[in-house]
Design a binder for this molecule. Structure first.
Ligand code: PLP
Length: 396
């Protein structure tokens, strides 16, 4: 077999999200688009704001020499400046352009962070359930992912268990808020306590433990919630984010990494991130997208559209008897599976042409994920099937 053994294993076990997405494509061919209710993937259905197309048209007409050329690996200075100026307000901290690296999405951001920070065998401690691609990203750079279950009641961090899992090989603690798949936002006091734990553990083990906050959903929040800023609570922290969800541009691959101005050796860290952007083959984030987002700092799709979908689903599913925590952000619901085997339950839903992802696919067994960034017709069409399926499951 020509393909590497490890890749063979990865292909066999690759994500449930993709599997369900592919199953959706198959079912749509058989039954037709409108008969399949696909909640499998977090691909935003809300169109980008009109201003995105307006700026793109303008950029496409530009005759500036060098507009398609290579550039500094950390990104266009003007884009980095626009981002850092915006982040000063967003993150309540003074941030210079030099502390921002423009990336190919948050996925590119995480990969350059791990490349910059991990030596082989270093550990990344991460609350579970988590975005399943983390396994691959950590492995890409020789790291080992150690997961720690969140609290069952509200999906908040189990700080006691996290503290127990942080050991001499821990280099990074990785959090994601608002969270995929739970939709929860970690409260300010939790982040503050995590900061204290990391300060104590760094001094106990004699090396810096970095806090990495993955925040592609930072602006997709409801009920006047705010996402607390890790920079305020821990000096050695990094934030990665993107424009995939808040501008509905996931295919365009544009995001950022910001390094706390208080990070030790922050300059060297940014150098490492910049080199990682180059040597991982990203080279730099797409030029036209950099010029686009430079002019769209703080702009977001209409979040009320997602809130309406969340509210409809929460109300209807709770009414059918599903147990769920109301998500405060992102566009995912993570209800309890009515039977212990979440894979079996997802298969029952599939018989109604409803596609969800089992919680086991996120290291969160006993639940299933509904990505509700879909049309209202998909939601309404699926509701009778959700009701029938919980009734069937109860009679099993
Ligand atoms: N992190 C989380 C938690 C995600 O859910 C996603 C995408 O769904 C990503 C990172 C990757 O996002 P991007 O498109 O910005 O690379």
């Amino acid at each position: 077999m020509a393909v590497a053994e490890k890749m063979n294993r990865f292909i066999e076990n690759s994500s449930w999200i993709r599997k369900m997405f592919e199953e959706g494509a198959r079912l749509k061919q058989i039954y037709g688009e409108d008969k399949v209710f696909d909640f499998s993937i977090g691909n935003p259905n809300v169109p980008p704001p009109d201003v995105v197309d307006e700026i793109l048209l303008e950029l496409a007409q530009s005759k500036d020499p060098g507009r398609h050329g290579y550039m500094p690996n950390a990104g266009l200075p003007s884009t980095r400046s626009a981002m850092s100026a915006y982040f000063c307000g967003e993150f309540c901290i003074s941030l210079a352009r030099e502390q921002v690296v423009v990336t190919c999405g948050a996925a590119g951001g995480l990969n350059i962070i791990f490349k910059a920070l991990l030596d082989p065998g270093d550990e990344v401690v991460c609350p579970a359930p988590y975005f399943v691609e983390y396994n691959f990203y950590v492995d890409n750079h020789g790291g080992v992912l150690k997961s720690v279950p969140v609290l069952e009641a509200d999906f908040n961090l189990d700080l006691e268990r996290m503290a127990q899992e942080i050991g001499p090989r821990t280099k990074v603690v990785l959090i994601n808020s608002p969270n995929n798949p739970t939709g929860q936002i970690y409260p300010e006091e939790t982040i503050a306590k995590l900061g204290e734990i990391l300060t104590a553990k760094s001094s106990q083990f004699g090396h810096t433990i970095y806090l990495v906050s993955d925040e592609p959903y930072r602006k997709i929040v409801y009920d006047d919630c705010n996402v607390p800023c890790v920079f305020v609570h821990y000096p050695n922290s990094l934030i990665t984010g993107s424009y995939s969800k808040d501008l509905s541009l996931p295919g365009e691959r544009i995001g950022f990494v910001a390094v706390s101005p208080s990070a030790e050796n922050g300059g060297r860290l940014v150098e490492a991130l910049t080199l990682a952007n180059r040597i991982l083959g990203f080279v730099n984030a797409p030029a036209m997208m950099q010029r686009l987002v430079e002019r769209l700092q703080g702009i977001c799709v209409d979040v009320s559209i997602y809130r309406t979908k969340r509210d409809r689903l929460v109300e209807a599913l709770s009414g059918f008897g599903y147990e769920l925590a109301v998500p405060r952000g992102a566009f995912y619901l993570f209800p309890k599976s009515p039977i212990p085997d979440d894979l079996a339950f997802v298969r029952l839903l599939q018989e109604e042409n409803i596609l969800c992802v089992p919680g086991s696919g996120f290291a969160g067994p006993g639940h299933f994920r509904i990505a509700y960034c879909v049309s209202d017709a998909t939601i309404e069409g699926a509701l009778p099937g959700f009701e029938r399926t919980i009734q069937r499951a109860r009679n099993l």
